[in-house]
Write a protein that binds this ligand. Sequence first.
Ligand code: FMN
Length: 182
Amino acid sequence: MASALIVYAHPAHQRSRANRALLDRISDLHNVTVHDLYETYPDFFIDVEAEQALLLEHDLIVIQHPVYWYNMPALLREWQDLVLEYGYAYGRQQQKLAGKGMWVVMTAGAPEHTYSETGVNERPLSDYFLHYPRMANVCHLDMKPTFEIYHGRHTEDATLGDAAEQYRSRLLSYLKELSNHA
Ligand SMILES: Cc1cc2nc3c(=O)[nH]c(=O)nc-3n(C[C@H](O)[C@H](O)[C@H](O)COP(=O)(O)O)c2cc1C
């Protein structure tokens, strides 16, 4: 069975509603490891070797975070710079993550309609995160369609529950797909 590593970056998980609902819904899956970056590295000193080894042990890399200032939280950005380094994640014949799956999961505070040409955020959320497909391309990762939750702190409980259900089933289907290819 394929396995997933959720690289989770939430600076205030104790106050989370949306991400917590997602993670709660998959907490029974034994082949899924939730790796909480802010819990592991409160001082921002990332153990690069340990992170690189952890990625190698898994088939699907899930990058999960709330949207902060149209971007990823700072520690995830630091992780990306240090862990996905030349000679490991990219470089001639040195793409150690090549062939693994990559799935981005993000939660936004603003409602979905604000992320459009006529909305206050002027463009789709995906436009602010065009670096993710580039990262997948450079590292030869197979990027799955991004999972987005909007209005994270204010959606109805039932809507959030449905989203958590979809999140779980998407995760399981990617793992099944990766198991079949192994
Ligand atoms: C410092 C900070 C910056 C934020 N920036 C954005 C933003 O640019 N766009 C947005 O839609 N929401 C933004 N938010 C709202 C969070 O994305 C939202 O509260 C979170 O995704 C909800 O998920 P959670 O319940 O797991 O915390 C921001 C929140 C904080 C604290």
